[in-house]
Design a protein around this ligand. Structure first.
Ligand code: 13P
Ligand code: SF4
Length: 302
């Protein structure tokens, strides 16, 4: 543990703060976090913590969800640059146009959206529960945004008629995985199982042994009866996998799959944000009330 990490641990105690970190965070941040998880687990932790301050080490939509579910807490976002590009792909007014075009069709929005867009949908979902949420809605036709690939995955698993909104939303990290590269890796490591995230394109998902959220991949890796696993998601997850499953080998499916938004959070920024209690995530009461409905519905259904 380095000096800065020790300072953060001290500040956490003094200020009754907890650090929540997403699975893609830098290793040195994961190592000082009170909890590391996927989007839904971080929502649950934020909702139930007794801490006075939450230092949210993840991207904007995740920190906003923490505020929406827990409006009385001070939620700090250490880096102003941690903006998920996918969340920007669905401007709220564009989503409204789609809702007008398909009146009466229920809508699901991935949590990777802006708070104002969440306020307009029927229910939110994360990668861990998208299929379950779609199944729980008693309609064959659904609007789903902003990730076209997650929409394809939900359509494939449920057999429902999913209309992606916008037509081509995507995660710039998960489109870096290519089917041919993965097939070559599977040939090179014939005993290994391939895990991928549902944000990957369908042709990649077709060759995977397991598809799931980042934390679902951790659970799969622990239980899998193999010694090697190929990891088809952002490389940050490999730090947690190596720590929690030390007896297995993890092979990155693409070592360049790096989310620059997640990596905008540094140890120094965590320290400064907690020390000065700066970069609090502030949302209007109206935005909180509206988006809370869709997020709470997700928590009930999942
Ligand atoms: P998870 O909820 O699976 O951690 O995914 C979040 C994310 O941003 C994936 O790119
Ligand atoms: Fe957004 Fe993709 Fe980064 Fe996840 S990995 S935060 S979806 S850009």
């Amino acid at each position: 543990m380095n000096g800065l990490q020790r300072e953060i641990l001290k500040l956490k105690q003094e200020k009754e703060a907890i650090v929540l970190a997403h699975n893609y965070q830098r290793p040195e941040i994961q190592d000082i976090a009170d909890f590391i998880g996927d989007s839904i687990e971080l929502c649950r932790k934020a909702r139930h913590t007794q801490a006075r301050i939450i230092v949210f080490c993840g991207v904007d939509f995740m920190a906003q969800s923490a505020v929406i579910l827990n409006p009385d807490k001070k939620v700090l976002m250490p880096s102003q640059g941690a903006l998920c590009p996918m969340a920007q792909m669905l401007p709220p007014d564009y989503f409204e146009l789609f809702k007008e075009k398909y009146p009466g069709v229920p809508s699901i929005l991935y949590v990777n959206t802006l708070g104002e867009a969440k306020a307009l949908c029927d229910v939110c979902c994360t990668s861990a529960n998208a299929v379950k949420i779609a199944e729980a809605i008693p309609a064959q036709r659904l609007l789903f945004g902003p990730d076209k690939h997650l929409a394809d995955f939900v359509a494939f698993k449920t057999g429902k008629d999913i209309i992606p909104v916008p037509a081509g939303g995507y995660c710039p990290v998960h489109v870096l995985f290519e089917r041919d590269d993965l097939l070559k890796l599977k040939q090179k490591y014939p005993e290994a199982l391939l895990m991928v995230h549902p944000e990957c394109p369908h042709e990649v998902i077709e060759v995977a042994d397991f598809v799931g959220s980042t934390s679902q991949m951790c659970r799969f890796a622990k239980e899998a009866k193999v010694r090697q696993l190929i990891v088809g998601t952002e490389i940050g997850l490999i730090h947690r996998l190596k720590k929690e499953v030390p007896d297995k080998e993890f092979i990155p499916a693409n070592p360049e799959a790096i989310c620059t938004a997640m990596k905008a959070v540094t140890l120094e920024k965590v320290y400064l944000s907690l020390k000065e209690e700066k970069y609090e995530v502030v949302l209007s009461k109206e935005a909180i009330n509206q988006a809370q409905r869709a997020l709470k519905k997700m928590m009930e259904l999942s």
